[in-house]
Structures are given as structure tokens and as C-alpha cells.
Design a protein around this ligand. Structure first.
Ligand code: NAD
Length: 377
């Protein structure tokens, strides 16, 4: 009998953006078996998609609640062990809450919940449960991001004196100027998406990543957000000034109206001894800058990389790996945790990242609304 982890999927149907990324990632290291799903709220479409991708339809359920109750009737040796929540944002909290309370492990898409209060509630439920929780801030799975974290941890840059994260996309530009289109997009609907579009969708990635690579906490922020139209309730662009621990300062810029930008996420950390720079669209290159020296370019799979970085590389140097591999590394780390094997906490983002991320989103919106004022996190 297969010793793969029995895996269930919620959302992520054939009509979704993110579903394929999770399916490929979960399959990458032969650790998970897709065992059951509610890919779609429409049962017919749900079953049709299961047939299309060739998985048995006996555990394709009509909705989330029946999936949980039917799975709980099965003996533990057959029951799904871990669920991935890949639905629109408003379903993350109710689904994660019920799953954790029912004893299932959870892999959840970001933003973790709709509000900070929900995030705290979920954290309390998680602490009481014997379950594991991962949040898919995908970009932390890149080998050169892992390397960046380890180099900063080892003090290669010296004390950090400036951080700069930029996450620019342009996909809302063709939508936002058309009243009909902008009212038909779930990401611009607060009842489905939460109180923020840009900071909730991509600003939070940049925020989590800054804390992930530097190991430092952002202590207070000042946000200036942009809605462009009065009837658009959600920010689609914004700049956030950051104060981290030890008086370190930084800036986080995020936009979904940076016309024609694709997924231009860049990260720069400046220390007293040197700096590290990385770009999501060219993720296999990490640039190390030192005064008076030529720029060094570090690449995945080479012996000079840390154990954590090398663990995230499957092929010898020179074979580019990308976003699918980054997500695969998160699934790989989480499989180790489920199997009770040793792992580095940096192998997958956690409940703590989710709670801090929701605090960041809510505080950004509050800072902007109150007249662009400094707010403590
Ligand atoms: N980690 C990342 O980098 C990243 C990237 C993109 C999206 N996301 C996150 O992933 C989530 C999904 O985003 P997306 O772009 O794939 O959305 P999407 O709208 O493309 O897909 C949503 C999917 O959920 C399904 N769904 C909706 N209601 C459901 C229900 N009640 N039960 C079961 N399935 C249901 C839909 O049928 C669809 O298949 C969002 O929370 C988003 O923030 C994360």
C-alpha cells in the first residue's frame, strides 16, 4: 500500500489560477496522493474536472461540509490527512477553522483570513489542536530566497540599515477603468476579498518576505493607499513606510495598476557590510553587493549555498527552477512535518506569518484612513 500522504483539495478547479500550481507542487516529490476534493461549488463541474485530470470520483463531494462529515466517518487509515484551501479569501477562515477543529492538517492560501480578529481566533484553535498548519507564501520556497535568509542570519551583511520590497503588477489596469468590469471581479469585492485588494493580495507577500529574509519584525507602519475611483472600495496600489526593530527603516511598494508590469516582485536588503538583491522574474540569481567589489551572482545548486537552499534544488546547477519548484519546496517541507521528520522552520510559512500578515493588512488600511499616520503593529 502507498505510504503517500492522503491529500484533499478545496477550490483550485480547472477554472482557477492557483490550482495547477498546488497539484504540480504536491506531486513533485511523490509525497502526496490527491484523494478527494471539492474543486468547485458546482457539483457537476467538480466531478467533470476530477474525471478530466484522472482522479477517482468516489471522494469528490458536493460541498465542503459534506466532505468533512463523510471523511470523518472513514477509518483514520483511509481518511484524508491534509487539506489545501485554494478558494477565494472569504472561505479560508471558515474552512480552516472547521478542518483544524476536526483534526485535519491544513495548507492555506494567503491572505489567511478576512480579518485580524479571525486570524487570532484561528491561531488559538490551532494551538489547542494537534494539527499542523502551513501558509503558502510561495516565494519563500525559492532556493535563492532561502539563501538570502541564511546569509543574513549568518551576518554576511552586518547590521541591516535599509529594506526595500517592491511588488508591481498591472493586471487591474484594464479592469479598473470600466465600471462594470471592476464591480464583477471578486478581488475588488470586500465581501469576498477582505478590506484590502492590493495590500491583501500582494503587499502581504512583500511584507512576509521582508520579515522572512531579515528575521526582523516590522514594528510600525505608515500607509498611503490608492483607490483611483470613488466607487472602488479597495486599494489597488500603495506605498508603506516601515520601521523595523533596531531603528531599521524601509519601504514597501505594491501596485496592481503598474501598467503592463507582470509579476515584478523585487527585494533588496542593505546592511553595513553589503547588500543582497533578488527579483522574482529572474529567481535563480541572487546579487551580493560589496563596496569596491564586482557584484557577485549566486545561483542555486552550488556548493557555496546553505543546506536550506540546497534542499530546495532538485537538479545540478544551471537547470533553472521556478515558481512550481518554489511551491513544491513548501509542500516538501510540510510533508516532513506531517511525517514527524526533522525540518527547518523556514521550509514553510506558518500560522505566525498568517497572523502577522493580517495585522499588516488591517493596520495599513487603518493608517491610510486615519490620514496617513504611523501605527504600531
Ligand atoms: N500564493 C500565491 O502566490 C497566490 C497566487 C494566486 C492566488 N493566491 C490565492 O489563492 C486563492 C485562490 O486564488 P485564485 O486566483 O486561484 O482564484 P480563482 O478565482 O482563480 O479560483 C478560485 C477557485 O475556487 C473555487 N471555489 C469557489 N467557491 C468554492 C467553494 N465554495 N467550494 C469549493 N471551491 C470553490 C472556484 O470554483 C475556483 O476553482 C486566493 O485566496 C488567492 O489570494 C495565492
Amino acid at each position: 500500500m502507498s505510504n503517500k500522504i492522503r491529500w484533499g483539495v478545496l477550490g483550485g478547479g480547472g477554472d482557477s489560477l492557483i490550482g495547477v500550481l498546488h497539484r504540480v507542487a504536491a506531486g513533485m516529490f511523490d509525497a502526496y496522493q490527491l484523494t478527494g476534493a471539492v474543486f468547485n461549488p458546482d457539483f457537476k463541474a467538480n466531478k467533470a474536472f476530477a474525471e478530466e485530470i484522472g482522479i477517482p470520483t468516489n471522494r469528490i463531494y458536493k460541498d465542503f461540509d459534506s466532505m468533512v462529515s463523510e471523511e470523518l466517518k472513514l477509518p483514520e487509515s483511509e481518511r484524508i490527512q491534509v487539506f489545501s484551501i485554494l478558494t477565494p479569501n472569504f472561505l479560508h477562515f471558515p474552512m480552516a477553522k472547521k478542518l483544524l477543529e476536526s483534526g485535519f492538517h491544513v495548507i492555506c492560501e494567503k491572505p489567511m483570513t478576512m480579518t485580524y480578529a479571525e486570524a487570532l481566533e484561528l491561531q488559538a484553535i490551532h494551538q489547542k489542536s494537534k494539527t499542523l498548519f502551513a501558509l503558502t507564501h510561495t516565494y519563500t520556497g525559492y532556493p535563492m530566497i532561502r539563501q538570502m535568509r541564511k546569509m543574513i542570519e549568518e551576518g554576511v551583511l552586518g547590521p541591516i540599515q535599509k529594506v526595500d520590497a517592491q511588488y508591481y503588477q498591472g493586471w487591474i489596469n484594464p479592469i479598473i477603468h470600466d465600471k462594470k468590469l471592476r464591480s464583477a471581479t471578486w478581488r475588488l469585492d470586500p465581501s469576498k476579498s477582505g478590506i484590502s485588494c492590493c495590500m491583501g493580495d500582494i503587499g502581504v507577500h512583500a511584507y512576509q518576505m521582508l520579515e522572512f529574509v531579515t528575521g526582523m519584525e516590522v514594528k510600525s507602519i505608515l500607509a498611503d493607499l490608492n483607490h483611483l475611483y470613488e466607487d472602488n472600495q479597495m486599494d489597488i496600489d500603495g506605498t508603506v513606510l516601515l520601521r523595523l526593530e533596531n531603528e531599521t527603516k524601509g519601504v514597501l511598494r505594491a501596485s496592481q495598476i503598474a501598467t503592463a508590469e507582470e509579476n515584478n516582485f523585487t527585494l533588496a536588503v542593505y546592511g553595513r557590510k553589503g547588500s543582497l538583491k533578488w527579483e522574482q522574474e529572474n529567481p535563480n540569481y541572487l546579487f551580493h553587493l560589496e563596496e569596491g567589489q564586482p557584484i557577485k551572482t549566486l545561483k542555486p545548486g552550488n556548493v557555496y549555498n546553505s543546506k536550506l537552499s540546497l534542499d530546495g534544488t532538485k537538479l545540478p546547477p544551471g537547470h533553472p527552477e521556478g515558481i512550481f519548484d518554489a511551491m513544491g519546496n513548501i509542500y516538501k517541507g510540510f510533508a516532513k512535518a506531517i511525517r514527524n521528520q526533522p525540518y527547518d522552520p523556514a521550509e514553510f510559512p506558518s500560522m505566525r506569518d498568517g497572523v502577522r500578515g493580517m495585522n499588516f493588512i488591517e493596520t495599513s488600511v487603518a493608517s491610510h484612513k486615519e490620514g496617513n499616520v504611523w501605527k504600531k503593529l
